[in-house]
Design a protein. Structure first.
Length: 136
């Protein structure tokens, strides 16, 4: 495999691991939020209530599947990159989760100046890791 193709594949796997990890967290949160909503409305698990559980099961299953795929991609990343380089890049998933949680209507979490500042610090840290790696 050519160096350029291998580099492209490594970056794609790393990006996929980050995005799938973030989607997994958001999907699992959406599923658990649906479950909490059902529980607070007093839905008892009867045969009729199973249809009301469908969104909970679907979101949770989608989140778990994305998280599982993220793990597979991550294992392929570990073959291609030093851990000291790749692992800090996973923190980009925190940034994606924060953006998704605060901008996705299903979750509708509130952001704050401090959380946004912390998220920007994560981005600055990732930039430092990638710049430091290029200088070697």
């Amino acid at each position: 495999m050519s160096t350029e193709v291998n580099r492209w594949l490594g970056r794609s796997l790393l990006a996929a691991s980050i995005v799938l990890s973030a989607f997994g967290q958001l999907g699992m949160k959406a599923g658990m939020q649906e479950l909490h909503t059902l529980a607070t409305h007093g839905v008892v698990l009867t045969a009729a209530a199973w249809s009301e559980l469908a969104p909970t099961i679907e979101w949770t299953a989608a989140g778990l599947a994305a998280y599982g795929l993220s793990l597979v991609c991550w294992l392929a990343v570990l073959v291609r990159y030093p851990l000291s380089y790749a692992y800090p890049l996973l923190s980009l998933a925190y940034v994606l989760v924060y953006i998704g949680a605060t901008h996705w209507e299903r979750l509708a979490e509130t952001g704050s100046a401090l959380r946004t500042a912390g998220t920007l610090l994560i981005l600055a840290g990732v930039a430092l890791v990638t710049v430091a790696d290029r200088r070697r």
